[in-house]
Design a protein. Structure first.
Length: 709
């Protein structure tokens, strides 16, 4: 194992590693990738392997171990000295690493040296002194290539460099070896150029431009490099961020890879698989230098761990993976990667039976935008307190799912905007939007959909729906997708659309293509909708309103009796709402009903769990049960700070309090049940509208995709 690399990494400043993308690849991942690349058995003898971002040499170390095993197995009839001689020669010449960090280069060479020590000892005993002055580890910026390469394109790649290549650095001998390596395997840095001060823009060169669109992430540039170095028939295996599957900025990279023969794609469902303490969704991709044949099979794997992903594979036709999307500009040529073949059948059925997407459905009937206003442009109109003519502003975090919204500020549509400010044009645009809402002549039905973002798609599409006019104005910022009706008679359409986009099946389709990248609103609007009719619209609108009514009951109950992080009733709120007589916890201690046997600075849950908080034996069972319930619910409070003033039911009414608590909890459970029944009824209508009546498909939808659990 790369012991030196792990030791070194432990001492690198975490901030520095984050900014430069310096993280060591775990051994299990290295082995998994070598397996995916086919770097095993005797066929690897004599083949070359390049890691263009080798760090301290993890891939090279594990490759060396496999090379030793292959030589030992295939040359069992040869002498140990002969095997050792070949192994050292192969490690020196066939395992090549490029690395920008000089100390990491030192560690990589030292790591390889350790791999051959036993063989060196054997040769020394035999009287041989092999030349082992250095290994093929080169301190270089891998992205700096000869100008002839940088200025060439995929079709017109340079093959001759003259003297210019030799003047680059010590890696010039490698950088002039186009189409040379049998394997290119790497865990490249995942860093956007914009966060590194003074970083060079390689995307300006024709060579790299073919994989860059917008964000210039270094791992895309390294993928481009791999296609330069790989020999005909050779294999490239990279571990990359998940947004390679479908992000707009990775469209060109997918277009490039689609021309090659994709052999294997693995999607990991957990974000902490690669780097301890760092949340980064990743995938492993292997593709070969052979023309793409859409009828060829691609190995699809998935799992929450390396071991799970290694256990089984699904073989799917390449076309179903790389071309399974509508031929529309709203789709960025994403890959569909799912280890369940039935998910492909379900998606293809829905796609083939749909005549339009959500954007088509809403066209000329509902306006769609990323918020009504942009907060940074709204500063000249911003007021933290309510003002005359001010419009309330809300944000995604202030919107309750299937509920109401709260105001974060007020915006003045009549404010004077100085022409000297930085975002003058943008501020004038915001003011125009405010004035439109302030002067509405008709009622708008508005959807506020929360921005679906973050590094994992665990939260489905959610939000709320409301009516606004000049008497009930509200505007949302860009953390909400805003859809509003252009005419009052489109109200049913708005409710039907809200029910559709929050449904189980619509979220399944959305999650099917989601990655760990920011999922923009275009991805919500591009999904296929069932064949529409006035009857379907009216039925969906009616069921959606029913779901909203059930949620209104739930929100009212939560408002009255509270809700904790686990969505349970807040017991202290119940005590307050019942109006029963109370005591402070300290008063029970003073009365001797409760005895504290430990340091009172501890939290209540610590005191209780360690047996340091005891109840007087004269207390009845109802009193003890009520006290335990309230103490458990407020366990984070320390006795000295807030715990001693915590209110508990007077012990005379403990039984009454418990009866009330049971009744209120039963009410909450019943409301949750009603909400669930209403949602399932709405989901059933939408599934039927898509024509998804197959119970097996319905079960797939119900289970959801594994990365959205």
């Amino acid at each position: 194992n790369d012991l030196l690399g792990f030791t070194y990494e432990a001492f690198i400043d975490r901030v520095a590693r984050n900014s430069k993308g310096h993280f060591l690849t775990p051994p299990s991942i290295v082995e998994f990738m070598l397996d995916r690349a086919g770097y095993s058995d005797s066929s690897i003898i004599g083949e070359s392997l390049l890691d263009p971002a080798c760090g301290s040499g993890s891939f090279l170390v594990h490759a060396a171990r496999r090379l030793r095993q292959a030589i030992a197995s295939n040359m069992s009839q040869r002498s140990p000295v002969e095997c050792a001689r070949l192994f050292i020669e192969q490690v020196k010449t066939r395992l090549v690493g490029l690395e920008v960090n000089p100390f990491s280069c030192y560690l990589a060479e030292l790591n390889l040296f350790i791999q051959v020590l036993d063989d060196l000892a054997l040769l020394w005993k035999a009287g041989e002194r092999p030349d082992i002055e250095r290994f093929a580890i080169y301190n270089t910026n891998s992205l700096e290539m000869p100008q002839a390469v940088l200025n060439s394109s995929y079709e017109t790649l340079a093959t001759a460099f003259g003297d210019e290549a030799t003047s680059l650095d010590e890696a010039a001998i490698v950088k002039s070896k186009r189409a040379t390596f049998s394997y290119v395997i790497s865990n490249p840095p995942y860093v956007n150029r914009g966060i590194i001060l003074g970083a060079k823009s390689y995307g300006e060169y024709p060579f790299y431009r073919e994989v860059v669109k917008g964000d210039e992430n270094f791992y895309l540039l390294f993928l481009r490099l791999a296609t330069y170095y790989i020999a005909q028939g050779g294999s490239i295996c990279f571990i990359c961020p998940l947004n390679l599957f479908g992000d707009e900025s990775t469209t060109r990279a997918r277009e490039m890879i689609n021309k090659w023969n994709i052999q294997s794609i693995t999607r990991f469902y957990a974000r902490d698989l690669l780097f301890p303490g760092v949340l980064q969704g990743v995938c492993v991709l292997r593709f070969d230098y052979r023309p793409c044949n859409l009828s060829d099979s691609v190995e699809i794997r998935g799992g929450f761990s390396v071991a799970e992903a290694a256990q089984s594979a699904t073989l799917l036709q390449s076309k179903r993976v790389i071309q399974n999307y509508p031929a529309r500009t709203t789709w960025n040529k994403p890959w569909l990667v799912n280890a369940n073949p039935a998910a492909y059948d379900l998606w293809e059925f829905a796609l083939s039976n749909s005549k339009q997407d959500l954007a088509d459905l809403l066209e000329k009937k509902m306006e769609v935008g990323k918020g009504d206003v942009r907060s940074t442009w709204a500063k000249p109109m911003f007021h933290s307190v309510q003002i005359t003519h001010g419009l309330p502003l809300t944000k995604g975090k202030n919107v309750t799912d299937w509920g109401g919204w709260s105001t974060v500020a007020y915006l003045d549509p009549l404010a004077v905007i100085p022409s000297s400010i930085k975002d003058y044009t943008g501020s004038k645009w915001v003011q125009k939007q405010l004035q439109r809402v302030a002067n509405l002549t008709h009622q708008e039905t508005v959807l506020f959909l929360k921005e679906v973002s973050g590094l994992e798609m665990k939260r489905p599409i959610r939000g709320t729906i409301l009516q606004r006019d000049r008497k009930r104005p509200v505007v949302a910022d860009e953390t909400l997708l805003v859809m509003y009706t252009l005419e009052e008679n489109y109200e049913d359409l708005a409710y039907a659309a809200f029910g559709l986009v929050t449904s189980e099946i619509y979220n399944f389709f959305f999650s099917l293509f989601s990655t760990n990248a920011h999922a923009n609103f275009k991805e919500i609007l591009r999904l296929p909708v069932p064949n529409w009719s006035p009857e379907l619209e009216q039925r969906l609108a009616s069921e959606t309103k029913n779901v909203l009514q059930m949620y209104q009951k739930l929100h009212q109950h939560q408002e009255k009796y509270g809700v904790d992080q686990a969505q349970h009733i807040a017991i202290s709120r119940v005590l307050q709402a019942t109006g029963l007589p109370t005591l402070r916890l300290e008063e029970l201690v003073l009365r001797g009903d409760i005895t504290l046997n430990g340091a009172t600075q501890y939290s209540l849950e610590v005191l209780q769990s360690r047996g340091l908080l005891a109840f007087n034996t004269r207390l009845d069972a109802a009193s003890i049960q009520a006290l335990e319930a309230i103490i458990r619910a407020n366990g984070k409070l320390s006795y000295l700070k807030d715990g001693k003033d915590m209110l508990v039911p007077n012990l005379r009414v403990a039984a009454t309090f418990l009866d009330n608590l049971d009744k209120i909890e039963a009410e909450r459970a019943n409301i949750h049940k009603q909400v669930s029944i209403a949602q399932k009824a709405l989901d059933a209508i939408i599934l039927d509208a898509y024509g998804i009546t197959n119970p097996a498909w319905q079960e797939i939808v119900n289970m959801g995709v594994p990365w959205a659990k």
